[in-house]
Ligand binder design. Structure first.
Ligand SMILES: O=P(O)(O)OC[C@H]1O[C@](O)(COP(=O)(O)O)[C@@H](O)[C@@H]1O
Ligand SMILES: [Mn+2]
Length: 649
């Protein structure tokens, strides 16, 4: 029996009868004729859990829009705001509201009214979906009740009211009404966004990437395009000591070491002890102020400062070793430790023919005759830390999820989603990287990078092979699609005062992406229609206050850095952007900095300021025209074929 025959036999078995195949064909055809679901794009979340939650819960303004469309004729402004608040944060908003009632009867009336509104809203937000999809969006504990309330029109008018009231009265008397309403809120949140794209950089800087990962793992439908910060975490789990030290260094720099210790259960004790022994106070390594925490005590600050130095120095040593074993990376000019002239009272570095004094140095573990050699103690610390990283089951779960749902780029519904850039030369040609004699650029280079990441993850016991080293290259290499700059000046920023040495030159892509011709060429390179397709890009904050426009190249490219990272908000003037793509077209939403969950609940503050329509579709886009639609069409064709040759199988 050939494979095809086997496939059709199995399919026949699965459906059981010709009638059920007919039903499924009708069902698939109906789904394909529904309007395309709403896609929601976010990027550069950088550990900012609360702001991320707000954007997710509000669907970047989509919840607000639906509530307004549904109720603006019937409800007052305040009632609408109250309803929106309940959909965003049901537990807190209901608890607040309940305190305002003096008697039980008034509270009960409010519950009845609210449930009626919520049910109407679920009805309104589910019009684009099949009943089976709506059912999946309901909390299983309340799905029976919710369906009864939703489809109550099936009953005769008199019976309907009575039935409806008795259901709600029972739920109230069982003390379950708040939970029921909260379940409605989550259903509405889920119905307003069909699919989520995370265009990179979940990790680093902010305090709660792990909680964001937990939320994403429960999300109904999503994909992730890895960012440069995500891949170093992947690298750490894949066994790269260098990526791991970078993760530790950034956690120390942003006063976030708790993520490693408390959340992932990584034992930092060996590092603490080692840092304590060798390092002292050093203002260049003070942790940044963590806006979510109280001021550090002097002792805490000193301890983090020491760890920060220990991680940085070991990182610089290992980076130098990596550069030497990978001549293909062409990173020799980053062999900075070899360029230091160690002196009796000051150290000097020679960079591009210029000499600079080094300040705030902490080179006490450096062997001046062989600066990138790790001491035995450093080797031990690294081995212990790496073991702790690699055996953290929570970290493993998060990284496995990143690998399962993520990729370096994604072609989705005609658009190209990528975090950083497509490395280009100044004339617009694709820039290539040659590894082991093979030159790759454009899509081939992306595919190569992704293969390296996945292979490295399959061999967590290898620590310095090409695949593992390539993850580091993605963090900082000139041809990395995630970094997009010539070199990363981490060392200079710690030790050289002259700010000119801190500058990181961006790849030509960041100029050329303003040009529609270049964007068309990139879309073609990835097999997309250059007329209809768009590039969706994260990674670089848009400096709107300097007049930068996030919609580039006549709308061919959109930058959606979410600007969640509080550390960067002062450079952009606003928080950032998210993107919505529904059956009517694409809308870019810009956000004000998030002022906190309690402010959002108490004062109904939304962080959305403006919306800009990128383009309105000439006709309403249907599921048929989407990636999923094409897959459904294939399934349908198979069923049609099976039906035609039913007797044969
Ligand atoms: O300000 P920090 O956290 O030290 O990080 C600066 C580094 O981060 C980078 O900007 C990369 O991070 P982004 O992807 O967030 O831009 C590097 O280019 C730069 O060297
Ligand atoms: Mn980035």
């Amino acid at each position: 029996m050939d494979k095809e025959e086997k496939y059709y036999r199995l399919l026949k078995e699965q459906y059981g009868s010709a009638e059920s195949i007919v039903t499924e064909i009708i069902n698939l055809e109906a789904i394909m004729n529904l309007p395309k679901g709403t896609e929601h794009f976010l990027s550069d979340i950088h550990g900012e859990y609360e702001a991320f939650q707000h954007v997710l819960r509000s669907g970047s303004g989509n919840v607000r829009r639906k509530v307004q469309e549904c109720f603006s004729a019937q409800l007052t402004h305040d009632e609408i705001e109250e309803l929106i608040g309940i959909v965003y944060y049901p537990e807190e908003a209901i608890a607040d509201k309940k305190n305002t009632f003096e008697d039980a009867e008034a509270l009960k009336r409010w519950y009845f009214e609210l449930i009626d509104r919520m049910i109407n809203l679920i009805s309104y937000t589910s019009t684009k979906y099949t009943r089976s999809k709506v059912r999946k969006a309901l909390n299983p504990n309340f799905s029976y009740i919710t369906e009864e309330l939703l489809y109550r029109d099936n009953y005769a008018p008199g019976d309907k009211e009575e039935y409806y009231q008795s259901i709600i009265n029972t739920v109230i008397s069982l003390g379950k009404v708040d939970e029921l309403i909260a379940s409605f809120s989550y259903t509405i949140q889920r119905l307003v966004v069909d699919h989520l794209h995370i265009v990179g950089d979940i990790f680093d800087r902010g305090p709660s990437p792990a909680r964001i990962m937990d939320t994403l793992m429960k999300y109904h439908s999503l994909d992730i395009q890895w960012g440069n910060h995500d891949v170093t975490w992947i690298g750490a789990a894949a066994g790269s000591p260098l990526c791991m030290l970078n993760v530790v260094r950034i956690c120390a720099r942003y006063d976030n070491l708790e993520i490693l210790e408390d959340y992932y259960g990584i034992n930092l004790r060996p590092l603490f002890t080692f840092a304590e022994k060798y390092y002292g106070d050093n203002p260049a390594f003070y942790p940044k102020k963590n806006p979510d925490k109280e001021e550090l005590t002097a002792a805490e600050k000193l301890q983090i400062t020491k760890i920060h130095q220990a991680a940085a120095i070991m990182q610089f040593k290992l980076e130098s070793q990596l550069i030497k074993r990978n001549p293909d990376f062409h990173m020799e000019n980053r062999l900075l430790l070899d360029k230091i002239h160690f002196g009796a009272d000051k150290d000097i570095i020679e960079l591009n023919g210029e000499r600079y004094d080094l300040s705030h140095t902490c080179f006490q573990t450096i062997d001046k005759s062989q600066p990138d050699r790790l001491s035995d103690e450093e080797k031990q610390v690294i081995a212990k830390l790496l073991q702790s990283f690699q055996t953290s089951s929570i970290l493993k779960r998060h990284i496995d999820f990143l690998l399962e749902k993520g990729s370096l780029y994604l072609v989705y519904n005609g658009n190209l989603l990528l975090h950083g850039c497509v490395p280009l030369h100044e004339n617009g040609d694709l820039k290539s990287l040659t590894v082991n004699g093979v030159s790759r650029s454009g899509k081939t280079l992306f595919d190569f990078f992704e293969t390296c990441i996945r292979s490295s993850c399959r061999h967590p016991d290898l620590h310095d092979d090409l695949n593992t080293d390539m993850i580091w290259y993605l963090w900082t290499g000139e041809c990395s699609s995630l970094f997009g700059k010539e070199e990363m000046t981490t060392f200079e920023r710690y030790f050289i005062e002259d700010a000119a040495t801190h500058k990181e030159m961006k790849n030509a892509y960041y100029q050329l992406r303003d040009n529609a011709g270049v964007c068309r060429k990139i879309l073609l390179e990835f097999g997309l229609d250059p007329e209809d397709g768009r590039i969706i890009n994260g990674h670089t904050p848009v400096k709107e206050k300097n007049g930068e426009n996030p919609i580039k190249a006549d709308g061919k490219l959109i930058v959606i850095d979410g600007g969640f990272s509080r550390a960067y908000q002062s450079t952009t003037g606003i928080a950032g952007y998210t993107l919505l793509y529904n059956s009517y077209g694409m809308t870019l939403v810009s956000h004000q900095p998030f002022t906190g969950k309690s402010d959002a609940i108490k004062n109904g503050t939304d962080i959305i300021s403006t919306k800009r329509v990128v383009e309105t579709e000439m006709h309403r886009k249907k599921v048929r025209e989407t990636n999923i639609g094409r897959k459904l069409e294939e399934d349908k064709q198979d069923l049609v074929f099976l039906l035609k040759h039913y007797a044969q199988y």
